[in-house]
Structure formats: C-alpha cells, structure tokens
Design a protein around this ligand. Structure first.
Ligand code: ATP
Ligand code: MG
Length: 501
C-alpha cells in the first residue's frame, strides 16, 4: 500500500474482519509486433524525410454528422467519380477534380439532369482558359468541339494546334453563313414518308421562326423592342414555305436566304396575300411595314454581306474542333456581334439537327452575353438551343460575365427577365469564377448561393486564374483548373498587354 495514497476500502474492511474477495486480474494482452518503426513526433530527421521543427497543430473536434455541415458546409459535397476531363484540384477534398457532364446526367446519384454549362466570371479570370482545357481534355473521350462564334479569335491558336484552320467571318472575306440553311434535315427529302417530312419541316420552320423572331425583336423602336406577334409569325412562316417550295409539295426543297424573304414580303405574290388572309396587297404592305423594315435592316445594315447569302464554307464535321472567328466584326459594336451570334447559333443548331448517335460535341458560346443583351427574343432563341441539348447529346457551354447579363434583356419584372431566370436553371452545371463584391449579392439572389460559397467566389476565386466554384446540381466544389504549359500557351490571351512588360 502506497503511503501517499492512504488506506483503501479493502484495508479498512479487513481491520473489521471482512475480507473482500480478490478480483482476478487478466494478464495484459501481448502487444502486437510493430509493423512500422515508430516515427518521432517531428518526423524523421533525414534528408527528404519530412522533418518539421514544430509538430502539426491538430485540433480535435467531436460532433454529430448533423452538426458537422454547419461548421464545414462545403465539405459536405460527396465526391464525383473520376471520369471525363481531369480539370485540376478540388481544394476541399485535396484530390483531382474531373468534369464529365454527360456522365453526371447518366449517374442517378448526381443531381444533374442536363449537361449544359454556364460559366460566369469577371473579365480575365480564366473562363476561356477553363473552356479550352475542358474541350481539349474531353477530346480523349471522343468529344468534338464547335466554337459557335469566337468574338476575340482566341480559339484560333487551339484550332491550329489541332491542325484545323478556323473560319474567319468579316466584310471582304469569302466566308458566308446562311442562317436559313436547311442543314442535314433536307437530305433525301424526296424519299421521306409524309409523316417524317412533316416532322422535319416542323423542326426546320420552328428554328427559322425563332431566328427571325430573334433578329426582328433585337431591333429597337425607341426604348422598346420591335414586336413580333402571331400575325408576323404567320406571314414569315407562309413566305418561307413559299420560298422553299414546301407549299407546292416539292420533292426537293430550295434553300432560301434572308434577302429573298425580305424581297418576297416587299413584293408579295397574290397567293401569299390571300394565304395570309389580307384583303389586298396594300393592306399586306401596310400591316407588315415594321416587320419588313426590321428585316431590311439586316439586309442593308452593318452585317450586310455576311449572313445574307448561301453558306460558302464547307465544314468538316469530323475534325476535332471547328471555330468561327468573329473579331473582324468587333468594330461594328456589341449589338452587331450579338446579331451575328444569333445567326450563327441558328445555323449551328441546324447543322446538329441530325447528329448521329455517338457524335458527341461540345458547343461553345463564349461571350454569349452579347447575344443575351439583345432582348427577350434573342434570349428565347438561346433558350431553344439549350433545351435541345438533351435530345442530341451536345454539351452547351455558354460563357458570360455575371448572371444578371441574362436579365439585362428586359425590365426587372418583364417576361424577358422571367425567361432569363429560367434559362439559368436550364444549365445544371455552373462554373463561378472570381467576381467583385458587388456581384456577390446577385449570386445569392439569382443562384441561391449561401454566404460561404459567395465568399469563395468574391475572395478565394479572385486570387488565382482558373479558380472557380463549380456548382454541379446543388453540390459545390472548390476547383482550381490547372493548365499544362503547352495549354497555357494556347490559352494565353494577354498578347496585347505584353508590350507593357
Ligand atoms: N487556369 C489557369 N491558370 C493560369 N493562368 C490562366 C488560367 N486560365 C487562364 N489563364 C490566363 O489568364 C489570362 C486570362 O484568361 P482568359 O482569357 O481565360 O480570361 P477570361 O475570363 O476568359 O476573360 P474575358 O472575360 O476577358 O474573356 C490568359 O492569358 C490565360 O493564359
Ligand atoms: Mg474569355
């Protein structure tokens, strides 16, 4: 008995003649042989072995899994499978981050129902760099890329590196695009059964109407946009049916152009006037004046000679990438570029209408805010493109500066704003690059980001190019896209500033 600890209960009772039964103590278990030699607290003091002068400050926390997400809300997102493009580092898990939009749609465990991507970010934060890395890395999985309008010609280096010559669109250049092209849907028209011909006609006419609505509606009448109502729709649709020979039930349809459409409306035939239910030619001309003048602007306006004749470029759809450079239009202003993008989108959509199964493509719309700012009808035409993506398997990748670019199409409560808000939800994947503090609140309002995610976008993501918060459905990942030096050379967009060094 240790004197310092005094007498214990057993001794005390023994003094009074009670003997407590003694408890048999089990032998201590034999220690297992060490598998690894013990490591000193500061690591092994040897070159290359990780010795540290101070031990790592590890704090231990204990809480339930209910409470943990309150303290570390961003750690809660479960990992994504390692399939698709390896983009860089997931800073929350410390592992690699892989992007595979179509794979995510097919995986029921991931809350994504469409493969569309919207990327937002302040200029120069690495949005286009991420697009380029994504497209390049997806090529290994059989994806081809279509750059539907490159307003800064910044994809040219990438195209050339892949052995493809991009098409340049501008005044005085040979390349013309007909947004009223049929695309592959007109193939073998003569042999199509009636039901199939009607189905295809509905798709083609639908696309053309969306385009004309977008083009007419992008023009302004004072503060308001030129209206395009149901009567205008009937007139345009009937005129297009006449021009293509669809009305006459031809076995071969004739491709038409915007100037031809405008000319027919300007000098309507007697059949067109009657079919559109106007009493006289005079009445037809009076009531379609606004429509005709708006279309006339496209024929004789800034973009004349670019989108008003038959397509002159032969696109090789089997090439890994195709791009349409638009920098030559820059001097014409944002609006002209927006209209050019609307025309290209319609054409591009037509070209993809009969995509073969397995022909996987990433359709990139960089600087899409220029189109979205044109007005509600341009937003609708954009919306139509995104809705199609699930049908044809394309990944639509749109790049804008901030979510409210989509809202500038109309007044706060207008229909355009409602459509633009819906449009945001049409892309289940959003990549949020760095933003100024002022935009942070908007991210909360329009995308419902919590304060922590908002801080990441306005803080962490601003401190490095390529850093972004990836929202995959309602899960969030803190990702830094890493560029290989060869990719960095292809993604370099600061050439103009180099002389300032
Ligand atoms: N992940 C990255 N790591 C390092 N540098 C990058 C990364 N992404 C882009 N950069 C560099 O940052 C510069 C600007 O990038 P980028 O052109 O992609 O920005 P952006 O957000 O598309 O800008 P803008 O809105 O003006 O189009 C480029 O010179 C590019 O080389
Ligand atoms: Mg860019």
């Amino acid at each position: 008995m240790n004197a310092a600890r005094g007498r214990d209960t057993a001794h005390l009772l023994a003094d009074f003649g009670h003997q407590l039964p003694t408890l048999h103590k089990p032998a201590p278990p034999a220690r297992e042989a060490r598998l690894f030699p013990p490591t000193p607290r500061h690591g092994v003091r040897q070159r290359g072995r990780g010795w540290a002068p101070a031990s790592a400050p590890v704090s231990v926390w204990r809480m339930t899994s209910d409470q943990a997400p309150v303290l570390w809300p961003l750690i809660a997102a479960p990992g994504l499978p390692p399939t698709g493009a390896q983009m860089g580092i997931d800073h929350l898990s410390g592992g690699s981050f892989y992007a595979d939009p179509n794979g995510w749609v097919l995986d029921d465990a991931i809350p994504v129902t469409n493969p569309n991507i919207f990327a937002f970010g302040k200029p120069g934060r690495g949005k286009s760099g991420t697009v380029k890395a994504f497209c390049l890395r997806m090529m290994d999985f059989g994806y081809r890329t279509l750059i539907l309008g490159d307003p800064k010609d910044e994809y040219e280096k990438l195209c050339r590196a892949l052995g493809v010559q991009p098409f340049a669109i501008g005044h005085g250049l040979g390349a013309r695009i007909n947004p009223l092209a049929f695309g592959p849907l007109a193939q073998g028209w003569a042999d199509l059964p009636t039901a199939e011909a009607q189905r295809r006609a509905a798709i083609v006419f639908g696309r053309w109407l969306t385009l004309v609505r977008g083009l007419v509606g992008s023009q302004r009448l004072g503060d308001a946009h030129v209206p395009f109502g149901p009567t205008d729709e009937v007139v345009v649709k009937t005129a297009l049916a006449h021009l293509t020979g669809y009305t006459a039930g031809n076995t071969r349809l004739t491709e038409t152009t915007i100037p031809q459409l405008w000319r027919l409306l300007d000098q309507p035939t007697a059949e067109l006037v009657t079919e559109c239910r106007y009493a006289t030619e005079r009445q037809f001309l009076d009531e379609t004046r606004l429509l005709r003048d708006a279309l006339g602007q496209l024929v004789s306006g800034a973009l004349a000679g670019l989108f008003d004749d038959h397509t002159t470029i032969a696109v090789d759809w089997t090439a890994p990438i195709q791009s349409l450079s638009l920098s030559r239009l820059e001097a014409l202003g944002d609006e002209a570029i927006g209209i050019a993008l609307t025309c290209l989108n319609s054409w591009g959509r037509g070209m993809r209408e009969l995509a073969m199964p397995g022909d996987l493509r990433i359709v990139v719309r960089d600087e899409s805010w220029k189109q979205l700012r044109l007005g509600p009808d341009a937003v609708k035409s954009f919306d139509a493109d995104l809705r199609l993506s699930r049908r044809d398997g394309d990944i639509q990748f749109a790049v804008a500066h901030k979510p409210s670019d989509l809202l500038s199409a109309g007044d706060a409560d207008s229909q355009a704003t409602a459509i633009a808000k819906d449009l945001l939800h049409l892309a289940d994947i959003k990549i949020l690059h760095g933003q100024d503090q002022a935009v942070g609140e908007e991210l909360e309002r329009l995308l419902g980001l919590g304060p922590i995610a908002q801080d990441l976008v306005t803080g962490w993501a601003m401190h490095g190019k390529g850093r972004a918060l990836w929202c995959v459905g309602d899960r969030q990942y803190k990702v830094a896209t890493l560029l290989h030096p060869a990719e960095a050379a292809l993604a370099y967009t600061n050439d103009a500033l180099d002389s300032a060094r």
